[in-house]
Design a protein. Structure first.
Lengths: 133, 133
DNA sequence: TCCTTTCGAGTACAAATGTACTCAATTCAT
DNA sequence: ATGAATTGAGTACATTTGTACTCGAAAGGA
């Protein structure tokens, strides 16, 4: 089991997202990959990278003079933890009200509803399969 | 339309949750209502209340020597904004992957699946009703 | 070779956040 | 009435976060 690492801030999350996208790269490449609409300074990216490494979210290996970074934690893992944290914070850990809010508070296209249907049906299927065993 | 107020921190959120629960009350009562497992100091609650008022999340009215506070923003509103922020941050605004993660990353009881079904069916119903008009 | 660009490493610093103390006024129980 | 508890108001302070600058080494182009 991994240690539980410190949580990350919004800015750090953005940099991590960029790194997940490019899989690996130096600060320059990460900088390129960060959502441009954020208009994040190179130095700022640099700082976040440093902090992320300190927090154990990514590892680096030297290659010549520069450093290649790589995420040390999979996206799904971080996302899961963030969701858990969020559901606990806002709904005392009860995820259904969360889903309800999610779908209630925005307009959803028919396609999305169908996708939702599919997701839930799959769940139900799995559950029935399990019951049958 | 309301101004967009500053966002609130975890601690502030907890105090706001407490206030939503008791509807209204002085700092003492809010303090009592805060999730005890957080073990939040009276003074800390006091500070959060002050900051929440400054941020426009709650209003107060004097009653004698003490002050009665009341939430100025409905829970649903705050929750919606928080969810939006979260979905944007983690899923670039795309809520389906969010739901998928939500249901994938935990064990869900049959009852909960049925509830989910109900929620989604209701959605579908609404959508069809709308189409019919 | 000399200039420009690129990095890493370190430092800076204000705002936000978590957490708490002080003090003065007041209220309450004995 | 007097000491204890409560409350509002203000202050304190370390940590985290957002944002950025400096400096020096290396690398690459002219």
């Amino acid at each position: 089991m991994e240690e539980k690492r410190p949580s990350i801030s919004r800015g750090e999350t953005e940099v991590l997202k960029a790194l997940w996208q490019i899989e690996q790269g130096g600060v320059g490449e990460i900088y390129e990959a960060v959502d441009p609409s954020l208009d994040m300074d190179y130095s700022t990216v640099q700082t976040y990278v440093r902090r992320l490494e300190a927090k154990g979210y990514l590892t680096s290996q030297r290659r010549g003079r520069s450093k290649i970074y790589e995420a040390a934690i999979r996206r799904a893992q971080v996302v899961r933890e963030a969701i858990d944290e969020f559901v606990h914070r806002m709904f005392d850990g009860d995820f259904l009200p969360m889903v309800k809010h999610l779908v209630d508070s925005r307009e959803i296209s028919s396609d999305e509803i169908d996708d939702l249907m599919r997701i839930v049906n799959e769940l139900k299927q799995d559950q029935e399969d399990k019951d049958a065993s």
